[in-house]
Design a protein around this ligand. Structure first.
Ligand code: ZN
Length: 525
């Protein structure tokens, strides 16, 4: 039972990314003329990015510049354009303009042609569009920005840029804080106000902590990043990452606790502490690796994977107890109203936590299922690793699962829990949750892999194992949805002679005993 239900809508992140993808898709020009000089969409390259063809000179640079206003309640965002000479026409859309609280504050060299469209006059060398954006003092309603007395946190709205040109330029975007203002901006997020910055470089990846809360202690977070590097990054490396730590307490009760935009995320100072496996820090870290995981009827995968792996990685990095880890993953009802949820049908979970909670629970069961069916050769991570594109739909995800597992039957297993409101029992055998056998999460001086081999519990310090060879099944979690009965054998199978033979994994009887031990530990608490 969790006292505090984690609630992490990626409000800022979703807005940023969805529109970004539309922009980056190099979609056909919206408006064309019949003379051949059509409007062309430009795909953005982020500042500091490495894409682009050598020798390609023309670069269109959009600078987003943010500043606080003298009156509280709004911030000003200016988009300034450096244009290569090859460009003869420029049209910019700022889709949020006209939405509640977002107005045009000024223009230079642009004419507003429609609600959110701006047309360059063709002459002004560095044309600008300024937008006034309302910010509130609460994260719940401050979707685009939050402001308190001393500071503000702002998410840069997306723009769409079309040019008229013979040679399509590359687009660079950058986001900075206005000259003379205290603050730091990166990857579409800006913190405005006094802060300290701390840089940590781990495995070639630089993380900048922007500490708006002077008392925030990033020690545990840095330790997590050190462990995660090369282990929990899905093979995805980022040149740099930014963690904004906002001076907010009591976020646990709020609807939004953190959000990721590309390679930056923000958390409250409590989220930085990683004091439970449900910590938002590890969750957001996973978002910086996997980005948008699924689209259409696979959209649930984005939060489900961040929630499952956030918990799994934090736990394997030594956060929390095995008991609390399992309790955090296990779900039987979904906030706020316990309705039945079908993961592939977003209408059944929108406005709920089910894509996090049922999503993570189902992925945990799926991970165990893949490990079981491949004798520990593969894990769910093989399904996600090395992808540069989201799964276009559920079918694409399902195919990848079948391919990694090499077993068509797992598709049927997955269909049951993704496309209906059935819930699998949560596997309880500890070996299914060993994310890296070289780690020692229980801190007893023996790695998880060695502990499994030796018949010891990888997650409970000093726990030895009585040999209970006749114990054949682990405790299954009863499904709390309408289904019951035959779930048990499917997800928490009786150990067989073929299980647990992969390097670093122990023998069957010992493992079964460990499951019993884990259940015993739970009862004592
Ligand atoms: Zn998330």
């Amino acid at each position: 039972m969790r006292a505090m239900t984690p609630r992490r809508f990626r409000v800022l992140g979703t807005l940023g990314m969805v529109i970004l993808l539309a922009t980056a898709g190099v979609a056909p020009a919206v408006a064309t003329t019949d003379t051949g000089d059509a409007w062309t969409g430009v795909a953005p390259t982020h500042s500091g990015g490495t894409t682009g063809t050598p020798g390609e000179e023309a670069v269109l640079h959009q600078r987003g510049i943010v500043s606080r206003n003298s009156e509280p309640g709004s911030v000003t965002l200016t988009f300034a354009y450096d244009l290569p000479s090859s460009i003869t026409g420029l049209r910019v859309s700022v889709p949020v303009v006209g939405l509640d609280g977002i107005t045009v504050a000024g223009m230079e060299g642009f004419e507003r042609t429609d609600r959110d469209y701006f047309l360059w006059d063709g002459e002004t060398a560095r044309p600008t569009i300024s937008v006034r954006m309302a910010v509130t003092d609460s994260i719940a309603s401050g979707v685009r920005g939050i402001e308190r007395e001393d500071w503000a946190l702002v998410s840069e709205p997306q723009t769409r840029i079309q040019v008229r040109t013979d040679a399509r330029p590359r687009q660079r975007t950058s986001f900075t804080v206005a000259d003379g203002e205290e603050g730091y901006a990166r990857s579409h997020l800006a913190y405005l106000g006094p802060h300290e910055r701390r840089n940590v470089t781990l495995g070639g990846e630089r993380t900048t902590f922007v500490l708006g809360d002077a008392d925030a202690d990033p020690t545990r977070a840095i330790e997590f990043l050190r462990t995660a590097n090369g282990r929990f990054d899905f093979g995805v490396r980022r040149d740099s990452m930014t963690v904004f730590v906002v001076p907010l307490s009591g976020l646990e009760e709020g609807p939004v606790q953190a959000a990721t935009v590309d390679t930056a995320f923000w958390v409250g100072s409590t989220g930085l502490r990683l004091d439970s496996t449900g910590s938002v820090f590890a969750h957001e870290y996973v978002h910086t690796r996997l980005d948008t995981v699924g689209e259409e009827d696979a959209a649930w995968l984005t939060e489900a994977s961040a929630e499952y792996y956030g918990r799994l990685f934090a736990f394997n990095a030594g956060v929390g107890t095995y008991d609390s880890f399992l309790d955090g993953l296990r779900t039987t009802r979904y906030a706020p109203d316990r309705r039945a949820a079908v993961l592939t049908d977003a209408e059944t979970w929108q406005g709920t936590q089910a894509h996090y909670e049922k999503g993570a629970h189902v992925l945990a069961a799926l991970d165990a299922e893949i490990r079981r069916r491949t004798d520990g050769e593969h894990t769910l991570r093989d399904v996600f690793a090395g992808r540069s594109e989201p799964f276009g739909d559920y079918e694409a995800f399902r195919s990848a699962v079948v391919e990694v597992t090499g077993d068509e039957a797992i598709g049927t297993w997955l269909d049951r829990y993704a496309t209906t409101d059935d819930l699998p029992p949560l596997p309880e055998q500890p070996r299914y949750y060993v994310a890296d056998p070289s780690l020692d999460p229980d801190g007893d001086g023996m790695t998880s892999g060695a502990e499994l081999d030796a018949g010891r519990h990888p997650f409970v310090e000093g726990a030895a194992t009585e040999q209970l060879a006749d114990r054949t099944t682990a405790t299954a979690t009863p499904s709390a949805t309408e289904t019951a009965g035959d779930d048990g054998d499917e997800t928490t199978p009786a150990p067989t002679g073929t299980e647990g033979q992969a390097p670093g994994f122990g023998v069957v009887a010992a493992l079964a005993a460990l499951a019993v031990l884990a259940a015993g530990v739970r009862r004592r608490q």
